[in-house]
Design a protein. Structure first.
Length: 139
C-alpha cells in the first residue's frame, strides 16, 4: 500500500467563508499515483472545517446564515470560552456542526463522488494562516 501527504494553506481575509478545494484534492490524487484507495481531507485547526456539499452560492449563504443563527458571533460575552481573552467561541461551535474531515473513495484514479458533491474548506475565524491535510492511501 502507498501513502501520500500534502498540506493546503489558507488565510481568508474575512471572519467566515467557504472555499471549494475539490481541484486541489483532485490534483493531490493525481500526484499520488494512487488508482484505488481513500483520501482523507481534514482541517488542522479547531475553528475551521472540511465538508462535502453542493457548490451553489445560495446554499453557501444559507449555511452562513444558519450557522450564525445557531452560534452567533456577538455578543461575545455570552460564551464562557471568550473569558480567556478569545472572541472565537462561536467559531468552535460552527466547526463542530460542519465537521472536521471527509473521506472519499478513489476509483480508477478519480474521486468517487455522487452527483453535485464537492469538497469545501469552511472558515469560521479567519484572517490568519490555517492548513488542511490531504492524506491518500491505496494502490
Amino acid at each position: 500500500m502507498k501513502s501520500y501527504r500534502k498540506e493546503l494553506w489558507f488565510n481568508l481575509p474575512t471572519r467566515r467563508g467557504f472555499v471549494n478545494i475539490t481541484p486541489q484534492v483532485e490534483e493531490a490524487v493525481r500526484e499520488s499515483g494512487i488508482r484505488e484507495g481513500l483520501v482523507l481531507v481534514n482541517a488542522m485547526h479547531i475553528t475551521a472545517s472540511v465538508f462535502i456539499n453542493d457548490d451553489e452560492s445560495g446554499l453557501h449563504q444559507d449555511f452562513d446564515r444558519w450557522l450564525e443563527t445557531l452560534a452567533p458571533h456577538e455578543p461575545i460575552d455570552r460564551y464562557l470560552h471568550n473569558r480567556t481573552g478569545e472572541d472565537n467561541a462561536d467559531a468552535h461551535l460552527k466547526r463542530q456542526i460542519m465537521g472536521r474531515e471527509v473521506v472519499v473513495a478513489i476509483t480508477n484514479g478519480r474521486l468517487d463522488f455522487g452527483p453535485w458533491e464537492q469538497i469545501f474548506y469552511g472558515e469560521f475565524d479567519g484572517r490568519r494562516p490555517k492548513r488542511v491535510l490531504i492524506k491518500i492511501i491505496g494502490e
